[in-house]
Design a protein around this ligand. Structure first.
Ligand SMILES: NC(=O)c1ccc[n+]([C@@H]2O[C@H](COP(=O)([O-])OP(=O)(O)OC[C@H]3O[C@@H](n4cnc5c(N)ncnc54)[C@H](O)[C@@H]3O)[C@@H](O)[C@H]2O)c1
Length: 438
C-alpha cells in the first residue's frame, strides 16, 4: 500500500468557487450559512454527520469523520460564483424556489445578496435554452480561459483565501464526444485559440482551475475535465479533479437497489425510469442535445453494476430506458418513477414500483459541500488527477484510463472511508471477521 501522506493543515480560508449560481449552488451556499448560524443541521452531508469506525469492533472508536480528518471548518468557507444571469445570491435563491423564504432566505438576506456572480464564460450554443447578459467577451476561448484565471486570482486576493476549490454547478451542456482536440494539452490549447466548437465553456473553467492549482469537481454530466488533456494537466500540476454529475434522485435509488438485486442473484428484464421536474435545469434538459448528455450519464450505472456479460441469464436482456419531462408546476420538487421488472426462481416475474417525490437541490447541496471539503483535503494530501474515491458522489464516476467506473454505492462508500483511514494511517476495515473482532 502507498505510504500514508503528509497532510497540510486546513488553517485559513477556503474559497469555494461555483460556476453556475442557480438552484443547487444557492441551496448549498444558503444551507452552509444557515448551519453556521445554528439555524439548521447539515443533513445528507457525510463529511459533517457520519461517523467512521476505526480499529477492531471491540475498540469502540467511532469518531465523526470531521473530527477524524482535518477538514476545513464551515466557518472558514467563503463563496464566489459565475453566472450569465446577473442575479445575486438572494434573487437567485428566491427564483430557484427551493428553500423557504421566511425560514432560510430572509434571515440571511444580506449575506446572500453580497454574493454577486462574476461574468460568465458562456455560449448559448452549448445551453440552447438559456441566455443572459452577464457574459465575458474575448477574441477567442483561450482568452476567455485567461479571464477566468484572472477572476480566480482576484477572488483569492480580495477574500484572503489560503486555498480554493471549484465545483461546477452550471447547466448541462450539449453532448460532446472526446476527440482529437481533447487528446493532449497542446491540442486543447490550440483548439481554444482557434475557437473550436469542441471546446465547451465548462472545459474553460476546468482548465482555468487546474492552471491555477485549484481542485475541480464537475456536478453536471458535461465532458468538462473528463478528457485526456485535462486529466494529464491535473496530474502534471498536482491538482485533484473529480466528476461527473451529482448522484442525487433517481440514480441514487438505482445504485442502492441494483446492487441488492445482484447480491441476491435476482434477474432483471426491464427498468423504466421517468421524471417530471419544472426547474431551470428541467427546462435546459428539455433541449434534446442537453438531454442526450444527461441520458448517457444516467444509463451507465446499471450496466456496470449488473455486469450482463458475466451474468447473461440474469441481465442480458435488460431493457433500460430513462426519460426526463419538463413540467413547470413541479418546480424543483421532482417526481421520479421507476418501474422495475425483475424475475426470480425458475424465471417467475415480479414488479417493483418506486415513486420518489424528491427535492433535487436538497439532495445535491450536501454533495457540493462534501466535494469541496474532500477535494481540498485531497489537495492538502498531495493527491492529484482523478479522485476515484469520490465516485460515491457521482452518476458517471470519472476513472483512470482503462478502468471501468464503480457504480455500486456500497462499494463506493467503503472506498471513500477506507481512503480516509489510509490518509490517517489507520488499518483498512475488511469485515473479514475471522478473528471475531475484525
Ligand atoms: N439538482 C440536482 O439534483 C442535480 C443532480 C445532478 C446534477 N445536477 C446538475 O447540476 C447543474 C445545476 O443544476 P441546477 O438545478 O442548479 O440548475 P440551474 O439551472 O438552477 O442552475 C444552473 C446555472 O448555471 C448557469 N450557467 C449555465 N452555463 C454557465 C456557464 N457557462 N458559466 C456559468 N454559469 C452557467 C445558468 O445560468 C444557471 O443559473 C445542472 O447541470 C444539473 O444537471 C443537478
Amino acid at each position: 500500500m502507498k505510504d500514508t501522506p503528509t497532510i497540510q493543515s486546513s488553517a485559513g480560508k477556503l474559497g469555494v468557487l461555483l460556476p453556475g449560481f442557480g438552484a443547487v449552488a444557492t441551496t448549498f451556499v444558503a444551507g452552509v450559512e444557515n448551519i453556521r448560524r445554528g439555524n439548521a443541521t447539515p443533513v445528507g452531508s457525510v463529511s459533517q454527520m457520519q461517523t467512521i469506525r476505526l480499529g477492531k469492533r471491540t475498540d469502540g472508536r467511532t469518531p465523526k469523520i470531521k473530527d477524524f480528518v482535518d477538514l476545513t471548518p464551515l466557518d472558514n468557507l467563503v463563496f464566489g460564483a459565475w453566472d450569465p444571469i446577473a442575479d445575486d445570491g438572494y434573487e437567485s435563491a428566491l427564483n430557484a424556489g427551493v428553500l423557504d423564504k421566511h425560514e432560510h432566505i430572509e434571515p440571511i438576506r444580506d449575506f446572500l445578496a453580497s454574493i454577486e456572480p462574476m461574468s460568465a464564460a458562456f455560449d448559448t450554443k452549448y445551453v440552447k435554452k438559456l441566455n443572459g447578459p452577464n457574459v465575458k467577451q474575448a477574441a477567442n476561448k483561450k482568452e476567455l480561459a485567461e479571464q477566468l484565471r484572472q477572476d480566480i486570482r482576484d477572488f483569492r486576493e480580495k477574500n484572503g483565501c489560503d486555498r480554493l476549490v471549484m465545483v461546477w454547478c452550471g447547466s448541462t451542456e450539449i453532448f460532446l464526444r472526446p476527440g482529437a482536440e481533447h487528446a493532449s494539452i497542446e491540442a486543447f490549447e490550440k483548439a481554444m485559440a482557434e475557437n473550436s466548437d469542441q471546446i465547451a465553456p465548462s472545459m474553460l473553467y476546468a482548465y482555468a482551475a487546474i492552471m491555477e492549482g485549484v481542485p475541480y469537481a464537475n456536478g453536471a454530466p458535461n465532458l468538462s475535465a473528463d478528457v485526456p488533456a485535462l486529466e494529464q494537466l491535473a496530474k502534471e500540476r498536482g491538482v485533484p479533479i473529480a466528476g461527473k454529475d451529482f448522484k442525487t434522485g433517481q440514480t441514487l435509488m438505482k445504485t442502492i437497489l441494483a446492487p441488492g438485486f445482484k447480491t441476491r442473484m435476482l434477474g432483471l428484464n426491464g427498468w423504466f425510469s421517468t421524471n417530471i421536474l419544472g426547474n431551470r435545469d428541467g427546462e435546459v434538459l428539455d433541449d434534446p442535445e442537453s438531454f442526450k448528455t444527461k441520458e448517457e450519464s444516467k444509463l451507465g450505472a446499471l450496466e456496470y453494476i449488473l455486469q450482463p456479460k458475466m451474468y447473461p441469464e440474469l441481465y442480458k436482456d435488460l431493457y433500460h430506458k430513462v426519460r426526463i419531462n419538463y413540467y413547470p408546476p413541479r418546480g424543483d420538487n421532482k417526481e421520479g418513477w421507476d418501474n422495475i421488472d425483475i424475475f426470480g426462481w425458475l424465471g417467475y416475474p415480479m414488479q417493483i414500483k418506486v415513486d420518489f417525490l424528491c427535492r433535487d437541490s436538497i439532495l445535491a447541496a450536501p454533495i457540493v459541500l462534501d466535494l469541496a471539503l474532500f477535494l481540498d483535503l485531497a489537495g492538502r494530501c498531495g493527491m492529484s488527477g482523478i479522485q476515484e474515491w469520490l465516485s460515491f458522489y457521482f452518476k458517471a464516476p470519472q476513472t483512470q484510463p482503462g478502468l471501468y467506473p464503480e457504480h455500486d454505492i456500497f462499494i463506493q462508500h467503503w472506498k471513500l472511508k477506507n481512503t480516509l483511514r489510509w490518509m490517517m494511517g489507520e488499518d483498512q476495515i475488511t469485515h473479514l471477521g475471522l478473528d471475531y473482532d475484525d
